[in-house]
Design a protein around this ligand. Structure first.
Ligand SMILES: [Fe+2]
Ligand SMILES: [Zn+2]
Length: 421
């Protein structure tokens, strides 16, 4: 491509731009990290020694690419003048050293980079550092979760600090948390959602959705029939992330809320039925929703998504929305068997927990992990739950940002990124 306008039309240089983010360079602003005391070049890496006696190694290219000085810019706001093609693979420092606890690197073109120890240690990629960032594990649960259901009050969650972080940690670790003490206005539903992020609108649900029996039911939720546990809208490429339920009225009989930990089921299948686990993590299933004249929604992806470490990162299964299988004929019967392994556990008393949510209760639930349903109820009894959704990205983004302030050691741990299409 002869056009080089991407180089010549730039009229703003680093020095001309006023960024909204304050300049921080290669620092996180955390206390208590051991100072850099020495640095030496060893082949293709810089070996950095810290005051606690440990060392880390960083590749030359990695250090040059990661310079967040005012000329290079910062990946955090994308006002960035260095990318992976800004330097040759052969780049190497001219000098390396320690000064005032920082790592200082000078480059052949006289560019100077300064890296604080907190930034270096949080980004180091030696095995123990990578293990620390990947150390989070879900708290798997079964039917007895109802005995100690994760719960915070709305007052606690509204503190914007430790109480909100407690809510976030429950939602992160259990995939579900109950919030008590809500009033019943629409603004209270919005308040509940706003703990985790902005409300996400879809054609199927709209923005805020009333779950109650209606004379003409557009979908199963708007009847009094029992609903087996399911992932909401598993037919979207990115299904709703955090389901936000706000209970306005419940019945005395039936209408119990049912929940299942999809990650606990996945781990059980991995151990007891490894062949099924293999099929459920590698073969796609299709799930669909059609409202004539409006939308024809389809998503194809594995029932269990796994991450780079082989751990479940998302569940995608809505039993009633499962489309005819479309896989190589040799897999049709084994895949049905594998789906049954999941589906049977999903309705099994061992895995299924039940609670009666009361008016004023809210539930925030990770819809890429926890399946939810309800027992049947009399459609004339006025059960009414208001529902909206927030993406998981927004929740995790807020969790990390609050953690920077209150739990900095863990602000950068890897969290499951959800089910893939
Ligand atoms: Fe649902
Ligand atoms: Zn720089």
């Amino acid at each position: 491509m002869p056009d080089s306008s991407h180089r010549t039309t730039t009229h703003e240089e680093a020095a001309d731009i006023v960024a909204s983010n304050p300049f921080v360079g290669n620092r996180l602003g955390f206390d208590g990290h051991p100072a850099v005391v020495e640095a030496v070049i060893v082949g293709r890496v810089v070996r950095v020694s810290f005051a606690d006696g440990t060392t880390r190694e960083f590749h030359h290219q990695w250090l040059r690419h990661s310079c967040y000085c005012q000329d290079c810019g910062n990946a955090a706001d994308g006002i960035r003048f260095v990318t992976a093609i800004s330097f040759e693979s052969s780049i190497a420092p001219k000098t390396v050293g320690a000064a005032a606890g920082d790592l200082i690197v000078t480059w052949p073109d006289k560019h100077k980079s300064t890296y604080g120890p907190d930034w270096l240690l949080h980004h180091a990629y030696d095995a123990p550092d990578r293990a620390r960032r990947s150390a989070w594990r879900p708290t798997l649960w079964k039917s007895n979760l109802s005995d100690h259901f994760p719960t915070v009050s709305v007052e606690e969650a509204s503190d914007g600090g430790a109480g909100l972080l407690r809510l976030y940690h429950m939602l992160r670790d259990y995939g579900i948390v109950r919030v008590t003490g809500l009033r019943d206005g629409l603004d209270e539903t919005e308040r509940l959602a706003s703990f985790v992020g902005p409300i996400n609108e879809t054609t199927v649900f709209g923005r805020i959705y009333d779950v109650r029996a209606e004379p003409v039911a557009k979908l199963g939720a708007k009847t009094g029939m029992a609903q087996a546990p399911h992932i909401d809208d598993a037919f979207y490429y990115a299904p709703p992330g955090i389901d936000v339920f706000h209970c306005l009225a419940n019945t005395e009989v039936g209408g119990l809320s049912t929940y299942v930990d999809g990650f606990a089921i996945a781990e059980d299948i991995r151990i007891t039925s490894p062949h099924a686990f293999e099929l459920l993590t590698t073969l796609p299933i299709s799930q669909i929703r059609w409202h004539p004249g409006e939308v024809d929604v389809r998503a194809r992806g594995p029932l269990i998504s796994i991450d780079e470490f082989g751990r479940p990162s998302g569940i995608r299964y809505f039993d009633r929305a499962l489309a005819p299988l479309d896989v190589d004929p040799v897999f049709v019967e084994p895949l049905y068997d594998a789906i049954r392994e999941f589906n049977q556990r999903m309705i099994d008393d061992e895995f299924l927990t039940q609670i009666r949510i009361a008016p004023g209760d809210g539930v925030l639930m990770d819809n890429h992990r926890v399946l939810h349903g309800r027992t049947a109820f009399d459609p004339n009894q006025g059960r009414h739950v208001r529902l909206c959704q927030v993406t998981r990205d927004e929740f995790h983004a807020r969790l990390r940002e609050l953690s920077r302030r209150l739990d900095p050691a863990n602000h950068d741990i890897h969290l499951p990124s959800g089910s893939r299409a």
